[in-house]
Design a protein. Structure first.
Length: 301
C-alpha cells in the first residue's frame, strides 16, 4: 500500500511539473471542498465500498475536515459449513451414518442486515509541492457504529433407516430473530494519523489518495433471541420419544427462555425458566495501517 501511495504521488508531481505555466488558469483552489472517498479493496483489501463523504474548510495551508460514511450489507443463506451463500441452503438427505441412513430434507436459511456508519473530524496541514499538487498530513478522531438484525430459520424432516427397516423419524424447526440489547452490535472509537495528496485536474475538480495509521477500540454487545426452537424425535411407529420446545423472549436487555423437554415415553417436563441480562461481553483493539477512503474525488470552491 505504501508503494502504491508513493508511486501515485510521484506521478502527480511529475505531471504537474511538466505542465506549461499558462495551465495554472485551468484550476482553482477555493476555501471549501466536498469529496467522496472510496476504496477498491476496503480496509481488508477484499471488496469495494464507498467509505466517506467529506467536507473541508481551508485557512491558508491549514484545513479542518468532517466526514460521514455509511455502508449497508445484506446476506442470506448458510451452507453445511456455515458459510454464507447467495440464497437459502436446501439439501435432500440420503446419508449413511453409523446408526443407519437418513432420508429426507434439511433447510438452513439465515438473513442478516447490517448498517454501519462513521463520523469523523480532523485537521490537515498542506504542503504545496507543485502547481497542481498539494501534499498534506494530519490527524482525526471518530466513531463507528454497527447495527444489525438477523433471522435464522432451520427446518429438518427426515426418516432414519437401518437397512430397509424404518427405525425412526426426526423433525426440527427454528424461527428466531437475533439481535442485541440495543439493536447495536458494536461501538468503536478511533484516532488516526493520516497523509494524503490532492491533484488539481481542472477548475475546482481534484483527485486524491490517502492512507491512515490508526488505533481503534471497539466494544461488542452480546446477542439475544426472540422466537421458537423445537425438536421432535419419533420411533418407527410414529410415537413421540424425545425432543424439546423452547421459547425465547426479550424485554429490554433481558432474555427469558422457557419451555419443556420431551421424555422417551412422550411425556413433557417443564424446564426451569431462565432469565439473563445481556450486556457488553467483549472488546477489541487494533493498531494498523488502514486504507479507508484511499482514493478520492472532489470539488474545491
Amino acid at each position: 500500500m505504501k508503494k502504491i501511495f508513493f508511486a501515485v504521488v510521484m506521478v502527480a508531481v511529475a505531471l504537474s511539473a511538466s505542465a506549461q505555466p499558462q495551465e495554472k488558469a485551468d484550476f482553482k483552489t477555493g476555501k471549501n471542498s466536498v469529496e467522496i472517498g472510496f476504496n477498491p479493496f476496503n480496509t481488508d483489501w477484499e471488496n469495494f465500498r464507498i467509505d466517506e463523504l467529506k467536507y473541508r474548510r481551508f485557512f491558508g495551508n491549514h484545513a479542518l475536515r468532517v466526514g460521514f460514511g455509511i455502508q449497508f450489507e445484506s446476506s442470506k443463506g448458510l451452507d453445511e459449513n456455515g458459510d454464507v451463500v447467495p440464497g437459502a441452503y436446501y439439501e435432500t438427505y440420503d446419508k449413511s451414518t453409523g446408526d443407519g441412513t437418513m432420508v429426507g430434507t434439511v433447510e438452513n436459511y439465515s438473513k442478516t442486515k447490517t448498517t454501519e456508519f462513521k463520523l469523523a473530524a480532523g485537521y490537515e496541514y498542506h504542503f504545496n509541492v507543485a502547481p497542481r499538487v498539494s501534499l498534506y498530513a494530519g490527524g482525526e478522531l471518530g466513531y463507528i457504529g454497527k447495527f444489525y438484525n438477523s433471522n435464522e430459520i432451520f427446518t429438518a424432516d427426515y426418516e432414519i433407516y437401518s437397512g430397509d427397516d424404518l427405525v425412526g423419524r426426526y423433525s426440527a424447526a427454528t424461527d428466531l430473530s437475533i439481535s442485541s440489547p440495543s439493536k447495536n452490535r458494536s461501538n468503536a472509537f478511533f484516532m488516526s494519523a493520516l497523509a494524503g495528496m490532492d491533484f488539481h485536474v481542472y477548475r475546482g475538480l481534484y483527485l486524491g489518495c490517502e492512507v491512515k495509521l490508526g488505533y481503534k477500540y471497539e466494544k461488542f454487545s452480546d446477542t439475544y433471541k426472540d422466537g421458537t426452537e423445537v425438536e421432535y424425535q419419533y420411533d418407527a411407529k410414529g410415537n413421540l420419544v424425545g425432543g424439546h420446545e423452547y421459547t425465547y423472549t426479550t424485554s429490554g436487555a433481558r432474555q427469558t427462555v422457557s419451555g419443556y423437554t420431551i421424555n422417551s415415553d412422550g411425556s413433557k417436563t417443564s424446564v426451569p425458566e431462565t432469565s439473563t441480562e445481556k450486556e457488553v461481553v467483549s472488546s477489541y483493539q487494533e493498531f494498523k495501517l488502514r486504507a479507508e477512503g484511499a482514493l478520492r474525488i472532489g470539488y474545491r470552491f
